[in-house]
Design a protein around this ligand. Structure first.
Ligand SMILES: [Zn+2]
Length: 91
């Protein structure tokens, strides 16, 4: 498993939440799946987003509340910033 550059991850930021929502074209989805297979940082983020979405759906919500989505994006930005500081760090 190789560590991708944070610039590659940034290109996937918008896609990750749409990936979790099942809202990508098949081509975009395939590219995202390939990135997730190679990138533990984005893979962890998707797992976290998926858990959040699952909890929201269990409460009967069809979409994430705006505040939850904003917190998820902030968490992604923090993790990417940490990744940019030390790309050798696992998490
Ligand atoms: Zn990534």
């Amino acid at each position: 498993m190789t560590r991708r550059s944070s610039s590659a991850c940034r290109a996937y930021l918008e896609r990750l939440s749409r990936y979790v929502d099942g809202d990508l074209s098949s081509h975009a989805r395939q590219g995202t799946v390939l990135h997730l297979q190679r990138c533990p940082c984005c893979h962890d983020l998707v797992e976290s987003l998926t858990r959040t979405v699952t909890l929201c759906h269990a409460e009967g919500r069809r979409h994430l509340p705006a505040a939850v989505r904003a917190r998820a994006r902030a968490r992604i930005a923090i993790l990417l910033a940490a990744h940019a500081v030390d790309p050798r760090r696992r998490r």
